[in-house]
Design a protein around this ligand. Structure first.
Ligand code: AMP
Ligand code: ZN
Length: 116
């Protein structure tokens, strides 16, 4: 169980809310974003609840490693051979709307910089 019962992404991790499980291992789960901002838009989450990146520390070094490795793995599975973007919105100024750490994997079109 992913520990925090009122958390949307904990419910997804626990299978209470069904999603297409694009990739998963013991520590992380990847599934499509419900409101995609690019042809490929997948979220990678730790199965364990952390409210945001700002709520992690060196104790989570291995888990943070797993998140980035999984994002790269999913990019390969999705054939994003021309590149992709990973984004971790953090806190109110970062535009975070779901308070469970997640990595956005975006690809399939040219990304623009800087973001708005
Ligand atoms: P953020 O704004 O960085 O917190 O991103 C939260 C993301 O979660 C948004 O891109 C939403 O579209 C996405 N989202 C919200 N609810 C769901 C859901 N039930 N399944 C998949 N993605 C979701
Ligand atoms: Zn959670």
């Amino acid at each position: 169980m992913a520990t925090t019962p009122d958390c949307l992404f904990c419910k997804i991790a626990d299978g209470v809310i069904p999603v297409t499980r694009v990739y998963e291992n013991k520590a992380v789960l990847a599934f499509p974003d419900i409101n995609p901002q690019a042809p490929v838009h997948i979220l990678v989450i730790p199965k364990q609840h952390f409210a945001s990146l700002a709520h992690t520390s060196s104790t989570e070094a291995e888990l943070l490693n797993e998140l980035l490795l999984a994002a790269n793995k999913v990019a390969q599975l999705q054939h994003l051979d021309n590149g992709f973007r990973v984004v971790i919105n953090t806190g109110p100024d970062g535009g975070q709307t779901v308070d469970h750490l997640h990595v956005h994997l975006l690809g399939g079109r040219q990304m623009h910089w800087p973001p708005g």
